[in-house]
Design a protein around this ligand. Structure first.
Ligand SMILES: [Zn+2]
Length: 272
C-alpha cells in the first residue's frame, strides 16, 4: 500500500551535485520566495491565462488528477489522504478538486481543458505504462515508447512534452521566474516542440507523489532564467524537467530526452 500523501518537496542530492557548472549565475530556489528584481509577482499572473491571454478562471493541478487517483486512490472517509508543503503538514485532502492541489498560475477553461487535453491524455498513458510495466522500470534500463504509443509515436511524445510545458509554465510563474513564456505559449497554441524543455525519466525508491520546488540559475545581467530544474513524481516514477536556454547545459541533462533527438528510447536513471 503506497503512502497516502501528496508532497511539495525540495530538490536535494540531484541539484547539489550537478549545479556547479553554472556557478557564474545566481541561484534561485522557489521555496525561498526570493524573487528577482523585476520578476513578475505571483499576484500579477492571476488575472489572465498565461497561455492565450483570455480571462483566467481555472488552476491546473500541480500533480495530474489521474496520477493521484491511480497511485493513491480516491480520498475517502476511513482512508485519509494528506498534503504536505513548506507551509503546512498533514493537510487533509477531502477531494482532488481542492484549491491547494492546484497551481495559483491560472489558465482559461479552454486552455486547461480542450486545448491541452491531448497533452494530458498522452501523459496519462505514458505515466500508467511506465508505472505498471513488467518487469518494473529500473535505473540503467530503457523503455521503447513506440511499444506504448503504437501509432503516431512522435506526435504523442510531443504531446507529453507539451503536458510538461504547461506544468512548467505554471510552476515558473508561481516562482516569479523570468523565462521565455512567449515560446511556451506559442508551442502549446501551435502544437510545436518546445526547444527548451528536456525530460529525464527515472526511479525514486522512496515512492513520493507530488512535485519539487523549482531551482533556477538566473543570468545576473538580464534577470532571465538560463536554466531551471524541477521534479514531478508519481510513486516510484519520477520525471526531472530541465528548462535550458541555448548554451546553458548542465550535467543532469545527460540521458534526458527531447523530441528533436528523434529517438523512441527513453533511458531510465536513478532520481533518488
Ligand atoms: Zn487560455
Amino acid at each position: 500500500m503506497p503512502i497516502r500523501l501528496i508532497c511539495r518537496f525540495r530538490l536535494s542530492s540531484i541539484s547539489r551535485t550537478t549545479w556547479p557548472r553554472l556557478k557564474l549565475l545566481k541561484r534561485l530556489n522557489s521555496s525561498s520566495q526570493e524573487l528577482e528584481p523585476g520578476a513578475s509577482s505571483p499576484r500579477e499572473i492571476r488575472m489572465n491565462c498565461w497561455i492565450c491571454g483570455d480571462s483566467a478562471t481555472t488552476g491546473e493541478h500541480k500533480t495530474k488528477q489521474t496520477d493521484l487517483r491511480s497511485e493513491l486512490g480516491k480520498p475517502a472517509p476511513g482512508s485519509p489522504l494528506y498534503y504536505h508543503d513548506h507551509k503546512s503538514k498533514n493537510r487533509l485532502v477531502r477531494s482532488f478538486k481542492a484549491d491547494f492541489l492546484k497551481s495559483p498560475s491560472l489558465l482559461c477553461a479552454a486552455c486547461n481543458n480542450q486545448r491541452t487535453q491531448p497533452h494530458d491524455y498522452a501523459w496519462e498513458r505514458l505515466s500508467k505504462a511506465l508505472r505498471s510495466r513488467s518487469p518494473a522500470i529500473r535505473p540503467g534500463g530503457a523503455v521503447r515508447v513506440n511499444r506504448i504509443f503504437r501509432s503516431h509515436t512522435a506526435a504523442q511524445m510531443i504531446n507529453v512534452q507539451l503536458f510538461f510545458t504547461k506544468l512548467s509554465g505554471c510552476h515558473f510563474l508561481e516562482a516569479g521566474m523570468q523565462f521565455d513564456q512567449a515560446m511556451f505559449s506559442r508551442c502549446i497554441l501551435t502544437q510545436a516542440i518546445n526547444p527548451f524543455l528536456y525530460l529525464k525519466f527515472g526511479v525514486n525508491p522512496r515512492a513520493v507523489t507530488g512535485m519539487s520546488d523549482v531551482e533556477a540559475m538566473i543570468d545576473k545581467s538580464t534577470g532571465q532564467c538560463a536554466c531551471a530544474i524541477w521534479l514531478y513524481s508519481v510513486g516510484r516514477l519520477s520525471v526531472l524537467i530541465t528548462y535550458a536556454m541555448p548554451g546553458a547545459t548542465w550535467a543532469g541533462m545527460e540521458k534526458a530526452w527531447h523530441p528533436r533527438f528523434g529517438t523512441n528510447r527513453l533511458s531510465i536513471v536513478s532520481l533518488a
